[in-house]
Design a protein around this ligand. Structure first.
Ligand code: GRF
Length: 224
């Protein structure tokens, strides 16, 4: 007899510190998120996020990309590994690898990413440095559905932070991260509650197409 799983289940993919993973663990443990993490998968054997998973009693796996000849074969095994846990949602939380179209197609509409910029500005790497170099007065983070376009899938929720005089990439990154830890659990909660779906035209929240991403400041004003 198979047991029916009652909670919405997540596979969280990481490569590093895993502070976003921690925010999701905390939200789940504290009852703010009706979801559980079924597995944490890292491509980096030394990622600190693996330690966070262990401390929380969450299963984890390492799939080291260095043991594979190419992206295609790695992504095929990664996809099989993820699917073996039958997650409802795949959560990219600082997973620092570009995913192949084949992988993305397997999880389209049920895979999220968080990116440290106000997308569509600053796709790709080194966003904090680039924001400082451009002299922007505002920066932030975005959660979006993953599509084949790198950092280009439908936007869901953004948080803005000011760039302050004297900021360097580190102080700015810390300010952005503190917001990431709010917006990622919030979006996962919408998914778990069945309120958020990806359609042909973009992200739909409560049946309404998000022409623009939701702004965290508006949510806070509205009491969510
Ligand atoms: C975050 O800034 C996230 O936006 C980016 O990678 C970083 C991961 O940080 N994709 P952490 O591992 O969650 O602490």
């Amino acid at each position: 007899m198979t047991m029916k799983r009652s909670r919405y289940s997540l596979a969280v993919l990481i490569s590093g510190s895993g502070s976003n993973l921690q925010a999701i663990i905390d939200a789940s443990v504290e009852g703010r998120l009706p979801a559980e993490i079924g597995v944490v998968i890292s491509n980096e054997p030394t990622a600190f996020g693996l330690e966070r998973a262990k401390r929380a009693g969450i299963e984890s796996r390492v799939l080291d990309h260095r043991s594979y000849p190419d992206r295609r074969s790695y992504d095929a095994d990664l996809g099989d590994l993820v699917e073996s846990f039958t997650p409802d949602l795949v959560v990219l939380a600082g997973f620092m690898r570009i995913l192949s179209p084949e992988f993305i197609q397997r999880f389209t509409g049920r895979m999220l990413n968080i990116h440290p910029s106000l997308l569509p500005k600053y796709r790709g790497l080194h966003t904090h440095r680039r924001v400082l170099e451009a002299g922007d007065s505002e920066h932030g983070a975005s959660v979006h559905f993953v599509t084949e376009e790198l950092d280009g899938g439908p936007l869901i929720l953004q948080a803005r932070v000011p760039v302050k005089p004297g900021d360097d990439a580190e102080t700015l990154a810390a300010r952005v991260l503190s917001r990431e830890h709010i917006i990622y659990p919030q979006v996962i909660r919408w998914m778990a509650e069945g309120r958020l779906v990806m359609g042909d035209k973009g992200a739909f929240l409560d049946g309404r197409l998000l022409e623009d991403p939701v702004d965290l400041a508006d949510l806070e004003l509205a009491g969510r």
